[in-house]
Design a protein around this ligand. Structure first.
Ligand code: COA
Length: 257
C-alpha cells in the first residue's frame, strides 16, 4: 500500500514505518493518524510482516506532537472525539499488537510523539533525541494516553513533574528514567533496532505475542495479570511452536520456528 505521509518497506520480515512530514517535524495530523492506523492493521494481518519499527523522517524529529494547526477551531466535544478516536484507532492498537512494534526515536518526541513512542512495546533513541509532554504550554493535557503510559514507564512523581513543567529531557536522561532501553548514535539507531528485532524474530512468535498480551494485562484494570499469565502459559502447551522449542532443546539443536 502507498501512503501520503508515510514511507514503508518490508526488509527480512521487519516493517519499517517512517513518518514523512519532515518540514512539519512529522507532526501527527489527521492523515498521519489514519495512515499509521492502516499501517498497523497491516502489521496485524500481513504474514510477511513479523515485527515493525516506527521512526521519523529527517534529521530533527521523530514526531513533534499532534498537529497544533488543527486545534484552534476545536471545542470540547471535538477534543474528546480526537483523543478517543486516536487512542482506539492507533495508540491502543500498537500497544496490543501481537507482533512487536518498536519505536526508533531519532529526534524530538514531544506530546503525541512521546505518546506514540510510549505506545510501542519498547523504545530506542539516538543521542540527539528529546522527549517531553509540553501540552500545558498550550493549555492542554496529553490526550493519546500520555498521562497513563508515562506514569507506567517512569513513575508518578517524575511523570507529574515532566507533564506539569513541560520540560524536555534528553536521550540519556530518558534512559536513566526507563523511558528508552538504548541510546545510540544517529547512524546506529536503525541497525541496532533491527538487531534486537532479529533476535526477537528467532524466538517463537506465538510465545512473543503472549509475552506482549500478558505484560499488557498488568496494566488492564479489567484483567488480573497473574490469571492472564496462567491462561496464556497454558495456551502455549501443545502448540507446534512449543513442540519445536522443547524438542530442539532436548535434541540439543537450535529451534527452527
Ligand atoms: N504541530 C504543527 N506544526 C508543527 C509542530 C506541531 N506539533 N511542531 C513543529 N511544527 C512545525 C512548525 O510550525 C514549523 O512549520 P513552518 O516552517 O511552516 O513554520 C516547522 O514544523 C518547524 O518547526 P520550528 O518550530 O520552526 O522548529 P524549531 O527547531 O525552531 O523548534 C520545536 C522545534 C519542536 C521545539 C518546536 O517546533 C515546538 O515546540 N513544536 C511544538 C511541540 C509541541 O508543543 N508538541 C505538543 C503538541 S500537543
Amino acid at each position: 500500500m502507498s501512503y501520503q505521509t508515510l514511507l514503508t518497506s518490508i526488509e527480512d520480515g521487519i516493517f519499517v514505518i517512517t513518518i514523512n512530514r519532515p518540514d512539519k517535524l512529522n507532526a501527527l495530523n489527521k492523515t498521519v493518524i489514519e495512515e499509521l492506523s492502516a499501517a498497523v492493521d497491516d502489521v496485524y494481518s500481513n504474514a510477511a510482516i513479523r515485527c515493525a519499527v516506527i521512526t521519523g523522517a529527517g534529521p530533527k524529529a521523530f514526531v513533534a506532537g499532534a498537529d497544533i494547526s488543527e486545534f484552534l477551531s476545536m471545542g470540547a466535544t471535538d477534543g474528546e472525539a480526537l483523543a478517543r478516536k486516536g487512542q482506539n484507532m492507533l495508540f491502543n492498537k500498537i500497544e496490543q499488537s501481537p507482533k512487536p512494534i518498536i519505536a526508533a526515536v531519532n529526534g524530538f518526541a514531544l506530546g503525541g510523539g512521546c505518546e506514540l513512542a510510549m505506545s510501542c512495546h519498547f523504545r530506542l533513541a539516538s543521542d540527539n533525541a528529546k522527549f517531553g509532554q509540553p501540552e500545558v504550554n498550550l493549555g492542554l493535557i496529553p490526550g493519546y494516553g500520555g498521562t497513563q503510559r508515562l506514569v507506567q514507564l517512569i513513575g508518578k512523581g517524575k511523570a507529574m513533574e515532566l507533564m506539569m513543567t513541560a520540560a524536555m529531557i534528553d536521550a540519556n536522561e530518558a534512559k536513566q528514567l526507563g523511558l528508552v532501553n538504548y541510546v545510540t548514535t544517529v547512524e546506529e539507531l536503525i541497525p541496532k533496532t533491527k538487531e534486537l528485532l532479529s533476535t526477537i524474530m528467532s524466538k517463537g512468535p506465538n510465545a512473543v505475542a503472549k509475552v506482549i498480551a500478558s505484560v499488557n494485562a498488568y496494566f488492564d484494570s479489567e484483567q488480573n495479570g497473574f490469571d492472564a499469565e496462567i491462561k496464556l502459559f497454558g495456551e502455549c502447551f501443545g502448540t507446534d511452536e512449543m513442540k519445536e522449542g522443547v524438542g530442539a532443546f532436548l535434541e540439543k539443536r537450535k529451534a527452527n520456528f
